[in-house]
Ligand binder design. Structure first.
Ligand SMILES: Cc1cc2nc3c(=O)[nH]c(=O)nc-3n(C[C@H](O)[C@H](O)[C@H](O)COP(=O)(O)OP(=O)(O)OC[C@H]3O[C@@H](n4cnc5c(N)ncnc54)[C@H](O)[C@@H]3O)c2cc1C
Length: 385
């Protein structure tokens, strides 16, 4: 990034550099005050609503939203700078992550004026957290086979069904749910609609699912004939599939798809600086840093495409495939090369970070679309049938 002005967004590189300095200073101050410990996968597992509110006070949530809805009217590249610094620091951003990343643009693009005024200012203020209710027990990669049903009762909808892996639903104020409103399961993508459902709700049960690390970051969410008002419909009835695909572009394209374990790389580099590195460790460190940098350039290109108003679906799928493979490779390479035993809670920062990386690794290539599915998208994008 040597040009004075980034052509796709008209944001001067000097402004981006200044923003980056501000975010780093904020994070250094938070670290000094001991408000968080850097962790791997902090955008999924590091939930701290107070931290989110402090980020919002700086104007770093709802950055790309219009000011009339509480946003800041800034460029996607400025948002990219903030998110990559937060991730690289392992900061606890999970509370606001999904709402800020994809629900804000989705509500802005598809919502009614009432919905925009109701949800968007809270997202920008770090007080409105929103979960995604797409996957079901028998519908993950094959999302079009969902069975959750919403029945039109005139002045309200009645929703029945079960969602699963619903990240942070237990901390969320609302959940965007994909449900069948029309037709039968065999109609696949036709007849699906989205709803914004406020939480908690007396007929919606949120059951925590414990991960291998013993913590509960996601949930099973059961709709027991839950009634919601007619105006909870998001966008057009029957257009749910197209709307969800639009959200996935935001979900898959960000720097979180290769930076989840970068705090571990940084901590290892610190360790080696302190204790000295063998030739082989230096080589491993260099190889990981080179891959991270290449991915960073690719991810930045995706952000540039989005900033220019294009839909880089194939590029985003490719970067997510390469990025999420890298996240796991990084953990394994450092585990093997460092000889450290991964251990949580023993007071050793590096061993704790390593444990976080090891325990969260199985999820990297699944969430947001598995790598096999992403490769299918890339193949089709290249015209391979
Ligand atoms: C940490 C985490 C957080 C998540 N958070 C959310 C959330 O907040 N909201 C939400 O709705 N969902 C969430 N998910 C669910 C996620 O989107 C699904 O796990 C994912 O889409 C895969 O679906 P599945 O688990 O049912 O696996 P399946 O679809 O059953 O896939 C099993 C295996 O079969 C392979 N496979 C399936 N179909 C094909 C095919 N056509 N070609 C080749 N291989 C194939 C897959 O690649 C995979 O390896 C989360 C998942 C994880 C791990």
């Amino acid at each position: 990034m040597t040009a004075a002005v980034n052509a796709s967004t008209e944001v001067a590189d000097t402004d981006l550099a200044e923003l980056r300095r501000d975010v780093r200073a904020f994070l250094a101050d938070e670290l000094e005050r001991g408000t968080f410990e850097p962790s791997c996968d902090s955008w999924m597992t590091g939930c701290d609503p107070e931290f989110s509110r402090r980020v919002a006070e700086r104007g770093w949530l709802g950055m790309t939203m219009p000011t009339e809805y509480g946003g800041h009217g800034r460029s996607p590249l400025e948002r990219f700078v903030v998110t990559e610094e937060m991730l690289a620091a392992g900061a606890p951003v999970a509370a606001h992550w999904i709402a800020d990343r994809q629900m804000a643009p989705s509500i802005r693009n598809n919502g009614t004026e009432v919905q925009k005024r109701r949800y968007l200012p809270g997202i920008a203020a770090g007080t409105m957290f929103i979960a995604i209710g797409m996957s079901e027990p028998d519908s993950g990669s094959d999302l079009a086979s969902i069975r959750t049903r919403a029945v039109d009762l005139g002045d309200r909808w009645r929703i029945s069904g079960t969602k699963v892996w619903t990240t942070q639903a237990h901390h969320s104020h609302a959940m965007v749910v994909l449900a069948r409103t029309d037709g039968q399961a065999g109609d696949r993508q036709q007849g699906l609609s989205q709803f914004i459902v406020d939480l908690p709700h007396s007929d919606i049960e949120i059951r925590p699912i414990r991960s291998i690390d013993g913590d509960a970051h996601f949930n099973e969410v059961i709709f027991h004939d839950a009634e919601i008002s007619a105006d909870a419909l998001l966008g057009q009835r029957g257009a749910g599939w197209a709307q969800v695909m639009g959200e996935l572009a935001y979900e898959r394209s960000g720097p979180e798809r290769y930076l989840s374990t970068i705090p571990l790389l940084r901590a290892w580099a610190d360790e080696l600086r302190r204790s000295g590195a063998t030739e082989s460790q230096r080589t491993t460190l260099g190889q990981l840093a080179a891959r991270a940098w290449a991915l960073r350039q690719m991810s930045w290109s995706v952000a540039g495409e989005l900033a220019a108003g294009r839909k880089p679906d194939v590029l985003a799928a490719m970067v997510k495939d390469l990025g999420s493979s890298f996240e796991g490779d990084l953990v394994e390479a450092i585990r093997a090369s460092s000889g450290t035993i991964a251990r949580r809670g023993g007071g050793d920062r590096f061993a704790t970070l390593l444990a976080g990386g090891v325990l969260n690794s199985p999820a990297f290539t699944l969430r947001g679309g598995t790598n096999e599915i992403l490769r299918g998208i890339v193949a089709r994008g290249l015209g391979i049938r």
